[in-house]
Write a protein that binds this ligand. Structure first.
Ligand SMILES: *Cc1c(COP(=O)(O)O)cnc(C)c1O
Length: 489
């Protein structure tokens, strides 16, 4: 016994290092918050993209202690300074991420208190916070109170949960797979294609519904395809629409598709991961009409609510279809089910133990109220318009008027191959890095893309982008007329 006690004393001396003393905590906190402050301060002037991918630091786990100073130095040099910088307002490519400060404070508290947010029994408060957020989103998108929902790690898992529910509701398994049909557009996010494979539906029939000239799904053709497939004895069961496609920001005709889905008894899924929260902007509301008809809906608070990466959301009307795959009572969990309780996050998601990701969303929404979020979304729409006008002033051709904040443009050429010219311009823009833009190919045409969604993107960012583009054009021997540079809107 004595020996046992001596051994414990020895071990405790070492193991308690995992609980820093108040003084150590203070030092760490100071170092980390000072780092964060400097980082945020520099964002306004730093480049948004660093093309150099070479990492000089040693990231390997040696098992030895290192100082916070040394580690922050590595983090600064080879993490936050390499690749693209999603926290920068100058990230105007892909679909930008967020990273509002108060969300980080929510994460800090969630990690320190380490609430178990998977089961009501374990943390009624944490689960109620998450369910309150789900309830709020149900009201925003016109979903009934009886719908269930989940805060996932992102849109990909949220889509996976929704499509699993659709599969289970319609019992698409074994012999039914080969005759069942899913309708979607070529513009759906690729995580939908991944989800279809993951949930065992790789062999269903996928019908790509043609798009109109605004890249929206053609509801009239959808109707024809379904009728044709039914006539041939197939089993149409799911249609997937986008409320804001990744490529062009197009919103499919949500009401028309909803009516067709209803008429034919199909599950109606809407992916609003990028665009969904624009419904909060009054003048955009009507564009989302019909979203409330969806059986399941995905939205990404780490996009449209400017949260740091790691928060997506799914809403599903038919709770039973979600429980079919995700609700499982193991014997060792019996205490947790002893009472009649609200929805457990663990019953509507593949995750059991999960990060308490609700706090990073709940805290900012409560601290700031909704107004600044809505203003920020509206600001992105106005900035998109501002960017387009300035591009047009310096000679760019613009893609169609965007519905949201994704749009594209290209520089027309007379004597040079247009695609080659714009490719080179893109490469120069990436090398410059002041503002990060991306490209896409639409019907064989290489175009430069803007996607404005970062809460830190402001008018000054767009002015910086225009200056950069003029610089790059000038390096390519194109002189932008001085008058158009000076012309202010
Ligand atoms: C970003 C996005 C996704 C994928 O979501 P993640 O959060 O990246 O997993 C799905 N659909 C659309 C429309 C998106 O914009």
């Amino acid at each position: 016994m004595e020996e046992l006690i001596r051994k414990l004393e020895q071990l405790e001396q070492v193991s308690t290092r995992l609980e820093p003393t108040p003084t150590e905590r203070e030092t760490y906190n100071h170092q980390v918050t000072a780092f964060a402050a400097k980082f945020i301060q520099r964002l306004a002037t730093d480049t948004a993209f660093e093309e150099n991918q070479h990492l000089a630091s040693d990231f390997s786990i040696s098992g030895k202690e290192k100082s916070m100073t040394e580690l922050l130095d590595i983090y600064h040099k080879d993490v936050v300074h390499k690749g693209l910088k999603p926290a920068s307002g100058g990230h105007v490519a892909y679909i930008p991420g967020g990273g509002i400060y108060t969300a980080a404070l929510g994460d800090y508290l969630a990690d320190i208190t380490n609430e178990y947010a998977g089961m009501f029994y374990a943390s009624p408060g944490a689960v109620t916070i998450e369910n309150s957020l789900i309830d709020w989103m149900k009201s925003v998108f016109g979903f009934p109170e009886t719908a269930v929902g989940n805060l996932s790690s992102g849109g990909s898992i949220a889509n996976l949960i929704a499509l699993t529910a659709a599969r289970d509701k319609h019992g698409i398994k074994s012999e039914k797979i080969k005759s069942s049909v899913i309708y979607l557009s070529e513009q759906v996010h690729h995580c939908i294609n991944k989800a279809i494979r993951i949930i065992g539906l790789e062999d269903v029939i996928i019908r790509y519904v043609p798009l109109d000239d605004r890249s929206k799904m053609r509801a009239d053709v959808l109707q024809q395809l379904i009728i044709q497939d039914k006539d041939e004895g197939l089993n149409p069961f799911l249609v997937i629409a986008s409320a804001g496609t990744t490529d062009t920001g197009a919103i499919d005709p949500l009401r028309l598709i909803g009516e067709i889905a209803e008429q034919h008894g199909l599950w109606y899924h809407v992916d609003g991961a990028y665009g969904g929260f624009f419904i909060l902007v009054d003048e955009k509301k009507s564009d989302f009409d019909g979203i409330q008809m969806a059986d399941s809906l995905v939205i990404d608070p780490h996009k449209g609510l400017f949260l740091p990466y790691g928060t997506g959301a799914v809403l599903v009307k038919d709770a039973k279809s979600v429980y079919h795959s995700h609700h499982y009572v193991a014997n060792y969990m019996q205490d947790a089910y002893a009472q009649n309780i609200p929805v457990n996050p663990a019953d509507v998601s593949p995750e059991l133990t999960k990060h308490f990701r609700g706090l990073r969303m709940w805290l900012p929404l409560q601290l700031h109220g909704l107004k600044p979020f809505v203003a920020c979304l509206e600001e992105k729409l106005v900035l998109t318009e501002y960017f387009r006008r300035r591009l047009s002033d310096i000679g760019f051709e613009l893609g169609p008027e965007p519905e949201l904040s994704v749009s594209y443009y290209w520089y027309p050429t007379q004597d040079r191959d247009e695609n080659e010219f714009n490719k080179e311009l893109m490469a120069r823009i990436h090398k410059d890095g002041s503002v990060f833009l991306s490209s896409t190919t639409l019907n064989g045409k290489f175009v430069i893309r803007m996607a404005i969604l970062s809460f830190r993107t402001k008018k000054a960012t767009i002015d910086r982008a225009i200056d950069m583009i003029i610089r790059c054009l000038s390096d390519m021997g194109v002189d932008v007329p001085q008058t158009s540079i000076e012309k202010q809107i």
